[in-house]
Design a protein around this ligand. Structure first.
Ligand code: IPD
Ligand code: CA
Ligand code: CA
Length: 283
């Protein structure tokens, strides 16, 4: 076992924090001043000079402190030696579309995976100066104060969040029908535009649950640690153990995990919602 005690994670948590704040400083510099907004291939999948500059700032910190640890970074790809037990996963700007439109909901997201399992998560939102941190066995905090998930235990009482991947125009597995059904079953479903912050908001109880598909490991690895350490639960859609490499997950406060997984397993076809409301499923 590489980690015999959670205490061993503390130095890495501080390094990830330093890197997230460095990236956040760069995002602050570029907000409202972007000079370059490009599409990465898929329609709507943007990359800006803020993404690249924030990633450079994050990499500088991580490589200075931990030159031996491999890195998977959204804009640079695989860096260094990936054969060891530790791996950094970085999204320098999660919520690029929001950032490009000056909609203030974006963050730097940094995770440390130990033997493939997320063990540290740091998410920094420079717009609201909120720093979310968690490490396995050490709890979760927002601006250094402990956080906890919400207590809602019925979908009918809940506020959820989800998202739609960049391949949504190319696949019927695009989350549109799920969005309709969960909107019907709950007090509302938000589309935040930053998977990392969506998970951080579940962790601190502002939202009761989150589901999404088509994600990358750097979108979710940090947020998974936050939700779990704040007392919540994260699984695959069918309730089994989550694999962050699958790009698909359900995260809730715990009591809503089974109801949300069950709802996702029985989503009616999207056409239903244009029919007579008396034919809609009752709640
Ligand atoms: C995106 C955001 C969004 C999610 C997309 C992600 P990006 O990341 O997390 O909320 O719905 O699937 O790709 O492109 O802004 O880093
Ligand atoms: Ca992302
Ligand atoms: Ca990104």
């Amino acid at each position: 076992m590489v980690l015999d005690s959670p205490e061993r994670l503390k130095p890495y948590l501080d390094i990830a924090t330093e890197a997230a704040l460095a990236g956040g400083g760069v995002l602050d510099f570029w907000r409202g001043n972007l000079t370059q907004i490009d599409e990465k291939g898929r329609s709507g999948d943007l990359v800006t000079n803020a993404d690249r500059a924030a990633e450079a700032a994050v990499l500088e910190v991580l490589q200075r402190h931990c030159p031996q640890v491999g890195i998977l970074a959204e804009e640079s790809g695989a860096i260094g030696d990936h054969s060891g037990p530790f791996l950094w996963a970085i999204d320098p700007l999660d919520g690029t579309t929001n950032f490009a439109h000056q909609y203030p909901f974006s963050a730097v997201s940094i995770a440390l995976l130990v033997e493939g399992v997320p063990a540290i998560g740091v998410i920094y939102d420079p717009f609201h100066q909120e720093l979310f941190r968690a490490a396995k066995g050490l709890g979760a905090t927002r601006n250094r104060q402990p956080i906890q998930v919400s207590k809602a235990d019925r979908l009918a009482q809940s506020l959820l969040v989800t998202g739609f991947a960049y391949d949504r125009r190319e696949t019927p597995d695009n989350n549109y029908a799920e969005f309709c059904y969960l909107t019907h079953l709950t007090q509302g479903v938000r589309r935040g535009g930053s998977a990392a912050l969506d998970l951080a908001y579940v962790a601190c109880g502002r939202l009761d649950g989150y589901w999404e598909r088509g994600l990358s490991i750097w979108d979710i690895a940090a947020g998974v640690v936050l939700v779990e350490e704040a007392g919540g639960q994260v699984t695959a859609y069918d309730g089994s153990a989550v694999d962050v490499r699958s790009g698909r997950l359900v995260a809730t406060n715990g009591p809503l995990q089974e109801p949300l997984c069950r709802a996702l397993a029985q989503v009616p076809a999207i056409a239903l919602w244009s029919q007579d409301p008396s034919t809609w499923p009752s709640v």
